[in-house]
Design a protein around this ligand. Structure first.
Ligand code: ATP
Length: 324
């Protein structure tokens, strides 16, 4: 395949060799994500399109590789699943390289939820999008635990039942249902689950939520699960927050499946939108928050959006709801 001409062709010319340590376009490749078979094809395409490839060797490498690449690259692309994207964005954030250094995604994960949400439909499509797709400025979520450094997330920040259920979830379920698959696999654990006592207070005012939750989702690109997998508006500077209240287990289990519950039992569901919320876990122990699948423990945290901080080429089916 001949890479299409694109507006950045002049920059491509400057890449003398895809393995050049000073490459201006870099793919950070997680070779073990998904089925672990994407590596050779991604290397071929990266070569054709003028991208250097840096492979992760250990958990967390993506952060360091992206941080270093930000010194010389004007675009750093993550290949893997949402966890890999998260790490690359963390590296760019740590390098203070956003929005100047563009981000990009190549789906090589299991669920590939974020890539789907921005209209990217496979590895070949991803490279075409990198060459020709419109570059949008999208929001980035961050979580700040106590007085620590903000930690970015791209797709969602989730707490409640999901973390424990992930091991039981098949790739097919993940692809089809995303977070719902985790939730459904949590049904058996639900009877024993005490719920997470949590309060969510929007800093800008307006309605918050407090009570005992089975699951809380702060969606940046990930939409409300009951809306047929619809993506959230990722350019509006807002997080879509969905809370599923912990109710007596019999209510949930007798309903058959948690899938049925989403959107059909308004009494259990609360939804709000916020730019910036203070979140408190009302228990002695920290709760686990999943940032794009990467776990962080916290009791007191702020969750917020950094409006349109990330520059990203998007696919054809991406729906831009705002101008620019
Ligand atoms: N070379 C490596 N060896 C072992 N683990 C790695 C390596 N590179 C990255 N990781 C780990 O892989 C995890 C990321 O997996 P990722 O989420 O990208 O894929 P996935 O779970 O298959 O897909 P998805 O999130 O789309 O369902 C991260 O926790 C990261 O630390």
């Amino acid at each position: 395949m001949v890479p299409p001409e694109d507006q950045n062709a002049a920059t491509d010319m400057q890449v003398e060799s895809p393995s050049d340590r000073d490459a201006d376009r870099v793919v950070v490749l997680n070779p073990i994500s998904g089925d672990g078979e994407h590596g050779p094809r991604v290397r071929e395409l990266a070569d054709q399109y003028g991208y250097a490839v840096r492979e992760t060797e250990n958990e967390g490498d993506g952060i360091d590789i992206a941080r270093e690449a930000a010194d010389h690259a004007d675009r750093v692309v993550a290949c893997g699943g949402d966890g890999t994207y998260n790490h690359v964005v963390r590296g760019l954030w740590q390098a203070d390289a956003l929005p100047e250094v563009e981000f990009g995604v190549v789906p090589g994960g299991t669920g590939n939820n974020f890539a789907n949400n921005v209209g990217i439909e496979g590895i070949e499509d991803a490279f075409e999008v990198l060459a020709e797709g419109p570059v949008r400025s999208i929001d980035l979520g961050t979580v700040t635990v106590d007085d620590g450094e903000p930690i970015p997330f791209l797709n969602s920040c989730i707490c409640g039942l999901t973390a424990d259920a992930s091991a039981e979830t098949t790739p097919e379920q993940k692809k089809q249902y995303g977070v719902l698959a985790y939730a459904a696999n949590s049904l058996r654990q639900l009877a024993a689950y005490d719920g997470l006592d949590i309060s969510i207070e929007p800093v800008e005012g307006g309605d918050g939520w407090s009570g005992s939750a089975a699951l809380v989702l702060f969606g940046n690109a990930r939409g409300f699960p009951g809306d047929e997998g619809a993506a959230a508006d990722v350019e509006d500077g807002l997080l879509d927050v969905t809370v599923i209240e912990k109710r007596p287990a019999i209510d949930l289990v007798s309903g058959g499946a948690l899938f049925e519950l989403f959107g059909r039992d308004p009494a259990s569901l609360s939804r709000l939108r916020t730019r910036h919320a203070e979140v408190t876990v009302e228990s002695d122990e920290a709760a686990t928050f999943s940032l794009d699948g990467e776990m962080v423990a916290a009791r007191e945290l702020t969750v917020e959006t950094r409006e349109q901080l990330l520059r990203l080429p998007v696919g054809q089916s991406y729906v831009a709801r705002t101008d620019g």
